[in-house]
Design a protein around this ligand. Structure first.
Ligand SMILES: [Zn+2]
Length: 148
């Protein structure tokens, strides 16, 4: 039993070593939360939707999601995306508060705050989440770029 558990732990450690280390997530989670709240407030001035809780996660393949209960989830790696792409993800999830689907009505809502959404979607499709934090340089550089 002990051996089995030990093996499982080892395997998990090795697998996660290939992805983002948890340390990286912990180091950037709160910065990501502050960033997401700031951008949510800014874009929600356009919509005035109401949302409940905001969760910052370290998912493997999801930039953001919206639950039926009105909670929003965002990947902390939004911090490392180009700012307009991160904004698109935030706007996308905001609009799911009104339309929990990808209908034409949903996309027209997105277009209100992000007319360039089609181009943003293309960029996201070609962005590998695994390498994103390394591709866009240090957090310091990103934070400076954002607040400027
Ligand atoms: Zn969606």
């Amino acid at each position: 039993m002990w051996t089995f558990r030990r093996k499982r732990t080892r395997r998990r450690t090795r697998r996660s070593a290939g992805r983002q280390p948890t340390k990286h997530y912990l180091a950037h989670k709160e910065t990501a939360r502050a960033f997401v709240h700031e951008r949510l407030a800014l874009h929600n001035a356009e919509y005035s939707f109401s949302y409940k809780r905001v969760f910052i996660k370290n998912q493997k393949s999801c930039w953001g999601s919206c639950s039926e209960k009105g909670n929003l989830n965002f990947n902390y790696k939004l911090l490392f995306l180009p700012p307009h792409i991160a904004d698109y993800v935030i706007i996308h999830e905001l609009c799911h508060l009104a339309e929990l689907n990808h209908s034409p009505k949903f996309w027209s809502l997105v277009a209100q705050a992000c007319p360039e959404y089609k181009a943003c979607r293309k960029v996201l499709k070609t962005t590998t989440m695994r390498g994103v934090s390394y591709a866009y340089g240090s957090t310091t550089a990103r934070t400076t770029a954002r607040t400027a």
